[in-house]
Design a binder for this molecule. Sequence first.
Ligand SMILES: Cc1ncc(COP(=O)(O)O)c(C=O)c1O
Length: 462
Amino acid sequence: MGEVYGGIDAATIDAMMAAEQAHYGATHPDAAARAGAGLPGFYQGVPMHWMRDWPMPFPFIVAQATGASLTDTDGHVLADFCLGDTGSMFGHSPEPVREALTAQAGRGLTYMLPSDDALAVGGLLTRRFRLPHWQVATTATDANRFALRVARAVTGRRRILVFNGCYHGTVDETFVRLIDGVPVNRPGLLGQFTDLTADTRVVEFNDIPALEAALADEQVACVITEPVLTNCCMVLPDPGFHAALRAVTRRTGTLLLIDETHTISTGPGGYSGAHGLEPDLFVLGKPVAGGVPASIWGFTDDVARRLDAARAATPAGHSGMGTTLSANALTMTCMRATLERVMTVEAYAHMELLAARLYAGLSDVIAAHGLPWHVVRVGARVEFICAPGPLRNGTQAEAAHAGPLEQAIHLALLNRGVLIAPFHNMMLVCPATTAAQVDTLVAAFADVTRILAQGKVTVGTV
Ligand SMILES: Cc1ncc(COP(=O)(O)O)c(C=O)c1O
């Protein structure tokens, strides 16, 4: 027997992929003519190499996107459940953000000084996320880097701890993996000659004894984690995991950084707000300014006091934090509009309702075909995983990936009018998503799985 992915044999997957690629090519003549051989002038034919990681044989060109819909230059209107992999989690060009952009357009975009909007944003962040001190950066990567630097500065410790399978942006010190139980630099890193495992410890998510052992010598400045692992196949925390994580970090004088960049899907205050987590440091990027590049990082009074002391004890010079365009006027006005008028309780109620509908629809389809797959959800963020669940850690999540199968499904969904995230099987519901779009996605998924299941080999062979 040949290879099997998620209970589906490779021959069936290959046949689906070939048919879908042919269909895509035939239905995208404009994209084929203009981008088929790559966009001129760009390395690898795209302005960012990740744009090659989609399952299409060549990228389509976006004409416009509004709300939860995206139109390409061949005239296809897609229901967008990728939403820029969370950058547009509140929909494309939300009206309040559009208004803010327009109003700011003639008032200057960046001046390295606070604007009126900055006066408002500090209070909005403090009230929403219940931390007293905030800074603004441009990407979640930056925010995590700066927050980790602060953690090291205030604890005087050089090491950090990550959970296996994590992703916190291109933060070098978090690129560590456990492979066969051994910490190594994450495979695939380019130009990285430092052994990152020297200062980064890595244990499995949901493994409290391993965490206790790794923090016991009190040499770790900070644990950085998402509340739910979303950057591998999604892993939910065991009941009691977060309480135990908080207890052991406090006991060992280790700071806790919660990165809510994806789990802001949970509710207006993120997963931390919904579940009463008490991080020392908090990071949120991607959608916080409605799609305009921005991130925020916040911390407690205790961290602020210790930071003051660390700064006082350090010779004057560059802190190693900040980038020139951080907190520019354009960012601040869009962030204010997003916090005040987009990330509302009503918006989340809508997202929650439709995400639950999506979760139920996909689960029913999987059950109807008896496939060894499952669906997982954190608020507005839904993922189908082509392996049995629930998954408990990064090693299991890595093993659950069914690359060729996932690629074929993604392209087949696209050809049926639905876009989902390219790196994993993630779907986001935004305030503009309609019930009809959710039903279109479920119907497309049903059609694709029906075709796959017809050629399916022994279930449970993953
Ligand atoms: C949890 C988390 N943190 C940080 C980042 C980095 O965000 P950015 O690429 O915008 O810097 C990501 C990106 O996917 C993420 O998922």
